[in-house]
Design a protein around this ligand. Sequence first.
Ligand code: ADP
Ligand code: MG
Length: 709
Amino acid sequence: MQLDPLVKPRSVAIVGATDRVGPGRSVVESLGAIGFSGAIYPVNPKYQTVLNHVCYPSLTDLPEAPDVVVFSIRKPLLPEQVRLAVKRGARAAVIYDAGFAELGEEGARQQAEIAGLCREAGMPVCGPNCMGILNPTARVTTYKQTLMDTNGLAGNVGFISQSGSVVIAILSDLRRYGISLSVSAGNEAVTRTVDYIEYLIDDPATKVIATFTETVREPERYVAALDRAAAVGKPVVVLKVGRTERTQRAITSHTGGLAGESRVFSEMLRAHRAIEVADLDEMTEVLAVCQGERWPRGRGISVITGSGGLAEMILDNATAAGLDLPPLSGAERSEAEQVIGRITGDGNPFDAWGNGNYAVNLPHAMSVVDKSERIDAVVYCADTSNEGHVGHPGRVLENVKMLADAAKSSHKPYYLMSSRPGVMNAQQAKGMRDVGLVQIGGTRQGLGAIDRIGRYMMPQKPFRTSANRSGAQLAALLGAKAGRRTINEYESKQLLSAFGVPVTREQRVATLNEATRAAREIGYPVVLKVVSNEIPHKTELGLVAVGLASDGDLTHAFQRLQQRLERIEPRPSDAAFLVQEFVADGIEVFAGISRDPDFGLTLAFGMGGIAIEITRDFALRTLPLREGDAEAMIAETRGAAMLGAIRGRPAADVASLAACLNALADFAHHNADMLDEIDLNPIKALPEGRGCVVVDALIVARPQRKGDA
Ligand code: ADP
Ligand code: MG
């Protein structure tokens, strides 16, 4: 659907236009204020004119078909008026009023009716339950609020929000960037966030896209749009709310219960190079950083201050947030100290107070860190008050000049940072903008924004190319026994080991005689388990016996398990016994696959055992994996330290674990259409050089639709 008539209309009709204070007046006023050069058509049977424009009694009386009709009328009047708009050939609509899908079923039905009319007519629609669209670059607006001052409104930030109040919040501070397009998308009955993103990707005025999102509609299109935005180099900054986990989902595996919606969404964003933020402070700092002429090309930040206290606070915050503040090298320190005098701490943050000769020390500090190849961005942290109550008058522009001079002989970005978000001197912020530099605010939010853009600018690792194996095996297994969902440990391991997943040596047997023969072949000690597709979790039913050291142990265990099996009602038709090697040492970890209804398969890795559901210490990635993902996943779990050498115990074989994760991901990716979940729980990570081994596996197949192979 063509969005132009909606986002940059050449004619605007306002149904419900009025002289009285309210949106029906604001839009007409704002169109004047923004310098709209197209036709304005107020529509209201009660008026001859509205603010000196001819007012038409009905949409049918308009002299031409308008590009967009703004409906500033109450909900009950909408269906009839929308019909008239369609009849008059209107090309788009903005519907302010609420009371639709956000209220429940009846509202959803009414919304669907209006949406149906518009969709059939090929009309894009903003709303209902929205505040409209502001397009300062095209000098047109259907935004509900009155424009008071259009100076500095136009810029390069394209903003799309499902909440009108958040649009107000963003428009309430435009000191550091302007707007190329601002959309209050409301209920998105017809036109959705993804439509606007696609438009902004192609919009030459837009350099960065930001969204406030409650619901992602059409996830596949959304992901494709993120990829396209990344390909053209426009960051998409996403603030996603409503992240409570979906509870009603059929889950068999442990992994399936872990990978909730919100974690998956975050990983999806990361995989597709979108920038996630948690609140509006974080978002606005990222938008500010995007205004710089240069963007950081990596994550290394040097923070220069004149304050030991600030330096300590920043270091604490930066460390907690995982920011990269590389310390000064020995050579850099001595070069700095020659001029500045003694430097406390490790030099990042760099307290450049030293001998107190500010005017010399600060530029010197900057010149030292600028040369460091570990530094991608230079930040000077200093506070000047919002309104200039204190300080000396020339100070704000001295700061600007100092940074501008330092930046001149560099190819790195420079920032001025106030220690609190939002507190900044407008003159100073403008001064920075004028020289292509950026004022940021809030040590956490400001530095976090530099870090986010730094990450964004770093080249992404390529997707893993795995050995090309077919999914035929799983398909064959499922085809033979149609309708079945879980695949038992033995068969799961066979499928997985064909992809290079290391599994225990084991044999499936039916009788004690066979079991004994198998145990002698494998070598004691062994483990005996019951295997059945109908028993996905064995321990709960007492169907696992570990550490069996002799024929005698095995015999006892066999009898015990057999008795327990006989008590299970109804008795599983496919039950058999599994004799497997007992893996005595090693650290238990787990890996698993689960399916998100919107974004497909994900891989989880964490510290193993039953505690995982309580500690929730796991890393997550969407499939397919990129190079290095598996290693990074292992490193980023809180429990990763457990895999290192501790108290005389050797370090675990992390490289083989990574290989195992990659093999699992390959299997899942190749069989994506047939899979819902996989648990490898536990995997035993053995000491370095001895690899790792999967001791239990469970595959949950995806119910196949009729007609599928
Ligand atoms: P469940 O179906 O209950 O998950 P498992 O096969 O995972 O059953 O066995 C339960 C526990 O027994 C495992 O978490 C692990 O600690 C231990 N275990 C199972 N198989 C082995 C083995 N081959 N070697 C060592 N320990 C094992
Ligand atoms: Mg298990």
